[in-house]
Write a protein that binds this ligand. Structure first.
Ligand SMILES: *Cc1c(COP(=O)(O)O)cnc(C)c1O
Length: 404
């Protein structure tokens, strides 16, 4: 551990949050894939199973569980500056994308173009292309390519949005490079052209500031199991601004999206509000488990989290220039802090070997847990809630040693 990172850790105003997770033997830099478990989650799961389920059984639906999805949605709303009745939590990110894309394409039958980029997450393309094949074969997808596969082509996107655009559909922060778009700018152009916008916030929520109101966002989705520490396969969130809610349909019409689910009416009559996006019975165990992670992020506050995250990634990139660049690594993330999310990606010809040594070290070293995307990419998630500067220094040292 170098002196300078010890000092940075001492001065870290979020340093006490590690106590909510507990210390680890290894260095965990994968919070952008699966966040750590807050210790409180153990207590919550114990309470939900042993008390609410085992003892309360069906009565817990009325006393506790039916209210829980909205209570969790309210926490997400606070995080992205939405109103409480603009967020629904449930299902997976992929399914939330399906509901919103289908509804958006159906709303404007006269506009048949969808604008995307080439930096998005695979499921985002799969869901879109599946919908087009199955139900919207007249639609075309216009892909705006990135010149270097790191930075989004923002000006290309802006000039591509036209009067025939139905939907502009992007990840706010790219999962590979961590490039971050200017949501406000793209939303403004889409709004001027009468097109809808859908943002995937999976790599932003809990890591970078998102303000759906100030940025005039129409629709968004996001994961709760990455920076929000909600647990493996945690339910995902969806945001639809109020003015759009009764215009958009949810194509998956299940009983929890009915205006009166407990009237058991055989005819479907959708809830006009955000509750229309519910499909079936909410998964109460996994839903309950996301509470503690959201509470910690809200308590830390997104501006403090962002400040520390940028400090960490700038430190990482500074060390990369000094110590790693000459050892065959290349930076696959933006240098510009304004354009960077909360992870750093490095490419190396021997990334597979390096990854194996990082994660399976000899007895004298700690494991460094990062993410490997074949063929040559290593991603380092920097979670400001629980990662320290000393951990980053350790990771850099290992990357330097291993590449010798
Ligand atoms: C992680 C991630 C997803 C994951 O989708 P699931 O359906 O929750 O598995 C989707 N989109 C992006 C951009 C992601 O980073």
């Amino acid at each position: 551990m170098s002196e300078s990172t010890t000092l940075l850790d001492q001065e870290d105003e979020l340093k006490s949050f590690i106590t909510h997770f507990g210390k680890m033997d290894s260095v965990y830099l994968n919070g952008n894939s699966l966040g750590r478990m807050p210790l409180k989650t153990l207590e919550v799961i114990q309470e939900v199973t042993a008390n609410e389920w085992q003892n309360g059984l069906i009565s817990s639906w009325y006393s506790k569980w039916l209210k829980r999805p909205a209570a969790i949605a309210a926490k997400v709303a606070a995080l992205i500056n939405a109103d409480e009745d603009e967020v629904f939590v449930g299902d997976s990110t992929s399914i939330q994308l399906y509901k919103l894309i289908f509804g958006a394409l159906q709303l404007y039958p006269d506009r048949n173009e969808i604008i995307i980029d080439d930096l998005n997450f695979p499921t985002d393309y799969y869901i879109l292309n599946g919908i087009i094949q199955q139900s919207f074969q007249q639609h075309t997808v216009h892909t705006i390519n990135s010149a270097d596969k790191i930075h989004g082509n923002e000006s290309g996107l802006l000039s591509a949005i036209s009067g025939t655009t139905a939907l502009v559909y992007l990840s706010h922060v790219a999962y590979k490079s961590a490039y971050m778009y200017d949501m406000t700018r793209i939303n403004a152009q889409a709004e001027a052209m009468g097109a809808l916008t859908l943002w995937d916030l999976s790599h932003s929520a809990g890591a970078v500031p998102v303000d759906v109101k100030a940025s005039h966002t129409n629709m968004a989705v996001g994961c709760l199991y990455k920076y929000l520490n909600g647990g493996p396969g945690a339910p995902a969130f969806l945001y639809v601004k109020k003015e759009l809610q009764d215009q958009l349909l949810n194509p998956i019409m299940g009983w929890f999206g009915h205006k009166a689910p407990f009237a058991f009416d055989p005819a479907f009559d959708p809830n006009p509000g955000i509750q229309k996006y519910a499909v079936g019975t909410p998964g109460i165990l996994s839903l309950s488990a996301v509470g503690p992670g959201l509470d910690l992020i809200l308590e830390a506050g997104i501006s403090r989290l962002r400040k520390k995250s940028l400090h960490m990634s700038s430190y990482f990139i500074g060390q990369y220039h000094q110590r790693l660049q000459s050892k065959g690594y290349s930076l696959i993330s933006p240098e510009d802090v304004e354009k960077r999310g909360s992870h750093v990606s490095l490419a190396h010809d021997k990334a597979d070997v390096i990854y194996h040594q990082l994660t399976h070290p000899d007895a004298d070293h700690k494991a460094v847990i990062c993410d490997f995307r074949p063929p040559n990419l290593l991603r380092f998630g920097l979670a400001p809630l629980y990662n320290s500067f000393s951990e980053i220094e350790y990771c850099i040292r290992r990357l330097e040693e291993i590449a010798l």
